[in-house]
Design a protein around this ligand. Structure first.
Ligand SMILES: C[S@@+](CC[C@H](N)C(=O)[O-])C[C@H]1O[C@@H](n2cnc3c(N)ncnc32)[C@H](O)[C@@H]1O
Length: 476
């Protein structure tokens, strides 16, 4: 639908409630900014978000004792505090009522007016008076609601301003408990993990100190392209090269026997005494600090951070929260890194055993590139990333068997070895705005002893490994 048509329909809905166009226009403008020009949540449920936001402003105005507040704010270009949502200093969560029983505009109007107190704020530290906390702390429930109703919740920026872009969280059902974790842009060592980062470790062949500017613009690829067969992994547009992506995907989808290495003593399968094999992965090697190029060099994509407009939302299929893109993404686009605490296997086992055992969602990812090397890796050396307590937006990305829209690719940045590396997620195909982003966690749904617990998969893929397993079990 064209934008003008959408605006007209929104006004039709608010005029039915006799709301003045001038005031509605202001509210609409700011909701569009909040949702990054995505009309879907505004149009949902008969323009509920728009109508509710309008009445919130009215309530603000009433409290301030300023009859013309909405119009005055509009004229001065300022907004009442509650609608200055994209300002990271003023994180806000809306909680509103359900429209499900409401039929006539009159009733709708009355309902909205009665819900005015059901609106809450997140303060400057990201802690909430409405139950949301962007930290590991237990949220404070200071907010008082007259009736328990469905609500509409928005967090404008879960990253608290740490990323290049804001990432919102939206729950249109309003019934969900908001996630409790600390947002972190970069991996951080939890306690005993050993990650050896030093410039002295980077030999001449591990960097391109003789380069300047953008390495992708010179005719002969520099030393940093050696890892990817003498060609950079990225195109000058910043996407993965087609052939490189294809090779990564085929290794993941159809791993041949020669794509596996087997440990003599496998840290993950120690209890069973037999290594199931670890995939030999294709790596990206990005330029870094010892290189002569600049930060805009085309071989520095992952380290520049997230640039896609993403949104966390509540999925319908029972997977919990998920992540969608708000814009179309071309194939091979870097979406985000999987960020978490860096733990040793031992620490992960201890953490898992201390858990209640019935955690619905789990967030660890093993870094397994070092396994199968000549040295036997001990549990207290092998590393994994755990985003349960601290992580970035990737902790919300759900699994899909085989035909996921993202693929995880290891990236060497500050260490020349494969003991520690970054795990970056790229699109496997063109992805449309509003599509959920998924990646294949590589789960073996039959393996109940694996430190990363399997779940009942509802990915919906026709290739679902869990569904196949269930049907095999039934037929047996
Ligand atoms: C990394 S988290 C993803 C975010 C999670 N949905 C949430 O609400 O926080 C992984 C967890 O999400 C759930 N999950 C992910 N993909 C799923 C799928 N295809 N089917 C069912 N549950 C899924 C599982 O509970 C899993 O342990």
């Amino acid at each position: 639908m064209a934008k003008n048509e959408r605006v007209r329909k929104a006004f039709d809905a608010t005029r039915a409630l006799k709301l003045p166009d001038e005031e509605v226009k202001l509210v609409l403008k700011h909701l569009l900014k909040l949702f990054d020009n995505n009309w879907e949540p505004i149009e949902a449920e008969d323009y509920r978000a728009l109508i509710d936001a309008y009445f919130e402003l009215k309530e603000d105005k009433g409290k301030d004792g300023c009859e013309d507040a909405v119009v005055e704010h509009g004229e001065s270009g300022k907004l009442p505090k509650r609608l200055r949502l994209p300002d990271p200093e003023d994180q806000v969560s809306f909680r509103k009522g359900s429209t499900s029983q409401v039929s006539s505009p009159k009733e709708k109007k009355r309902r909205n007016v009665s819900l005015q107190q059901d609106v809450t704020f997140l303060n400057k530290n990201g802690s909430s008076s409405s139950g949301y906390s962007n930290s590991c702390k237990k949220p404070q429930q200071q907010h008082v609601t007259c009736e328990k109703k469905n609500s509409f919740q928005i967090i404008p920026d879960i990253t608290k301003g740490t990323e290049n872009v804001e990432i919102s969280l939206v729950d249109v059902t309003g019934k969900k408990e908001l996630p409790k974790f600390t947002y972190m842009r970069d991996n951080i060592i939890y306690q005993h993990a050993y990650v050896h980062i030093s410039l002295a470790r980077l030999a001449d062949e591990d960097c391109c100190s003789g380069c300047s500017g953008d390495c992708l613009s010179v005719p002969i690829p520099c030393a940093c392209a050696q890892e990817t067969g003498g060609e950079f992994a990225y195109t000058s547009e910043g996407q993965l090269r087609e052939e490189f992506l294809k090779a990564c995907m085929s290794m993941k989808l159809e791993p041949q026997e020669h794509h596996f290495v087997y440990c003599l003593d496998c840290p993950l399968e120690r209890s069973k005494r037999k290594c199931k094999g670890h995939m030999v992965r294709k790596f990206i090697k990005e330029c870094w600090r010892k290189c002569g190029c600049n930060m805009q060099c085309g071989n520095r994509v992952v380290q520049r951070g997230i640039t896609c407009k993403l949104q966390v939302f509540w999925t319908r299929e029972g997977k919990g929260w998920g992540v969608k893109t708000l814009r179309d993404l071309p194939k091979g686009t870097f979406v985000c890194e999987y960020v978490g605490e860096i733990l040793t296997n031992t620490e992960l086992f201890v953490r898992n055993s201390k858990g209640s055992g019935d955690e619905r969602h789990t967030y660890p990812v093993t870094l397994d590139a070092d396994w199968g090397s000549e040295k036997i890796l001990k549990d207290e050396e092998a590393l994994c990333l755990d985003a349960t307590l601290c992580g970035n937006v990737a902790r919300f990305i759900n699994h899909r068997c085989f035909d996921a829209s993202l693929i995880d690719i290891p990236v060497e940045v500050e260490t020349p070895d494969r003991h520690y590396y970054h795990l970056a997620l790229f699109t496997t195909r063109d992805v449309k705005a509003s599509e959920e982003l998924t990646w294949d966690y590589g789960i073996d749904f039959d393996d109940h002893e694996h430190p990363i617990k399997a779940f009942k998969c509802s990915c919906g893929s026709k290739f679902c490994r869990d569904q196949k397993r269930s049907s095999v079990q039934v037929s047996l």
